[in-house]
Design a protein around this ligand. Structure first.
Ligand SMILES: C[S@@+](CC[C@H](N)C(=O)[O-])C[C@H]1O[C@@H](n2cnc3c(N)ncnc32)[C@H](O)[C@@H]1O
Length: 389
């Protein structure tokens, strides 16, 4: 490994190892659920991220969802959501995770949430982090905290400081139809991808704050001729210009800093509150690598949701054995016809070990159909595979 690679890896490890990175899930569960086809006997293993999608999957009534994340703060975030589901009401849950702030945040935390947190790390970490919900100071929403939240806040500050870009962005996000949306996106794009922001976008530190390590940056940059900037231009054009924004709670969140009651993840909708309160007992959190979880908790799992995390290992030769080991463990612990769902910044999964191609049959048509409707839109491909006996 060269000096620059080692430095870049160190920066990523520093950010990922010391911070909450994702304050919301950055993958579209509406697409996932079409591809996963969860059943009452499904036992899902997934990466936690911010836990929103694990809660979403519960609406399909699976038997169990095992949420695994190597970053304990991500599991602590899901625990907080479950504590509010189980110990408060919909209005309180929506204040915290819909609006990103609650005037009585400390009171609710000490009375209702803290006693429900399962481990010392989560309790201590939240005691320090609870102020993110205070609604005070420069960053008045939880969604401006965590490294991806800080990155989004910085972009928002840049927009606010540039009136013509800010005005185009405001009109874009409020657009009522596709024509209006296209019109304001076309006005915003040249202002946004200016030399300064394009430079920032290419910086390793900024990408690390978004949770994109060097290996994944290399995959994304190789997908388009204009490198990382080309990749993001293409992604934003598709998702902000060509797909309807009205129900896109992912991008609206990072524009406004909060959700609205009409445009939010399913777990924040009042009609799902009682169902999720009951079913949330089927979630379990595990602070571990996926491989160690499967080694320590072997079983017959019906679904594996890998998000885009294999991109993190794809271009790092030193992590090749870890990638192969993870696949061996997935195959060993797969129930008959188990499904694997993953996304990538690459158009093709060239990094899959050959023994995976022999055992996993990917349904390219189904994945492409669903991928075209993806509201996150920052991945080059989505993959659904069925594991053969
Ligand atoms: C891969 S990231 C991607 C985020 C994602 N696109 C989303 O939905 O928000 C998701 C989570 O995976 C975790 N992670 C990455 N590699 C892992 C591994 N080998 N085992 C367990 N968790 C891992 C990270 O800590 C992070 O919280």
């Amino acid at each position: 490994m060269g000096l620059l690679d080692a430095l870049n890896e160190g920066i990523f490890r520093q950010i990922h190892g010391q911070n909450l990175v994702y304050n919301t899930c950055w993958e579209d569960p509406r697409c996932d659920r079409q591809l996963l086809q969860l059943q009452p006997n499904s036992r899902v293993v997934m990466l936690t991220s911010a836990g929103c999608n694990a809660l979403d999957y519960l609406l399909d009534d699976p038997a169990a969802v095992y949420c695994v994340d190597v970053n304990p703060r991500q599991n602590a975030l899901l625990e907080f959501k479950i504590a509010l589901l189980q110990g408060s009401d919909h209005a309180t849950l929506f204040q915290f995770f819909g609006q990103g702030r609650a005037s009585n945040a400390r009171e609710v935390f000490y009375d209702g949430v803290l006693p429900r947190l399962s481990n010392a790390f989560a309790r201590q970490w939240w005691e320090r982090f609870i102020q993110a919900f205070s609604g005070k100071g420069l960053r008045r929403s939880f969604y401006w905290y965590g490294s991806s939240g800080v990155a989004a806040w910085l972009v928002q500050q840049w927009l606010r400081a540039h009136p013509s870009a800010w005005s185009a962005a405001k009109r874009l996000f409020a657009a009522q139809d596709q024509e209006e949306q296209k019109h304001y996106y076309d006005r915003l794009e040249p202002k946004f991808f200016n030399p300064l922001l394009s430079w920032v976008l290419r910086r390793h530190v900024f990408q690390s704050m978004l949770g994109v390590p060097e290996s994944q940056q290399m995959l994304a940059a190789a997908t388009y001729s204009n490198g990382l900037v080309g990749y993001f231009t293409e992604c934003l054009r598709r998702v902000l210009r060509n797909l309807p924004l009205q129900d896109n709670y992912f991008w609206k969140l990072y524009f406004y800093g909060h959700y609205s009651t009409e445009c939010c993840p399913n777990y924040l909708r009042p009609e799902h509150f009682d169902t999720l309160r009951t079913r949330s007992e089927r979630l379990s959190m595990h602070t571990n690598t996926l491989s160690d979880f499967l080694r320590q908790t072997p079983g017959q799992y019906s679904h594996f949701v890998l998000l885009d995390h294999q991109d993190w290992m794809a271009k790092a030769p030193a992590l090749r054995p870890a990638l192969e080991e993870e696949w061996r463990l997935i195959l060993e612990n797969a129930a008959p016809d188990a499904r694997v769902l993953m996304r990538s910044a690459a158009r093709h999964l060239d990094f899959l070990p050959p023994f995976v191609r022999e055992r996993v049959r990917f349904d390219v048509d189904a994945a492409e159909r669903v991928h075209a409707q993806d509201r996150v839109g920052t991945y080059a491909s989505t993959w659904i595979g069925q594991i053969q006996a």
